[in-house]
Design a protein around this ligand. Sequence first.
Ligand code: SAH
Length: 201
Amino acid sequence: MHFPPDITDSRVLEAMNDVPRHRFVPRRLIRAADGDHPLPIGHGQTISQPYIVATMSQALDVGPGDKVLEIGTGSGYQAAVLAAMGCEVYSVEIIPELAEKAAAVLDDLGYDVAIRIGDGHHGWEEHAPYQGIIVTAAPDIPPQALLDQLDLGASLVIPVGPAGGLQTLWRFTRQPDGNLTRTRLAGVRFVPFTRNRRRSR
Ligand code: SAH
């Protein structure tokens, strides 16, 4: 897969080369899996566009041995990319069927990812602090628990904005002095961050 020149991190490029994206999409879409597009994975959810996965993985600025929390396991593809980068990955998914399927594919491919079924709004306190947190669904505001579970020097990469509308991809970084800074990374469109099991909106 070829990416625009702004993806420069070799750890990200190598991981994306290693992870077989076609294993994370429904069988009938296998041939579309090497295109740079999001694809439906059932339950109204999508596997992100590879370029966005690369952008978010690079923005997290993590490497081997770093503990990373993902909210929104979905297909498991983003989790696999982070695992291939050598990270210790924890991932929370609110739709049980997706979590179970992702766990099976990750296990089959030999990626060691811990998955929990639940509302990622509260993060995963037990393993905090994390050297990176990545959210792959868009809330209206960044959940406070996720900011609280960032290690010093770590970043939260998260799309924020209205469901179905234009959202902004932000990076919040907990500086060594404990203060938070934020940088706008891109305009994006993600599925909504739901609360308490598929609340209709
Ligand atoms: N990272 C995924 C992208 C999946 S789309 C991949 O690589 O395939 C976003 C996912 O976030 C969906 O599976 C959706 O069910 C999940 N999600 C939405 N709101 C959530 C919440 N509050 N807690 C946990 N997961 C959530």
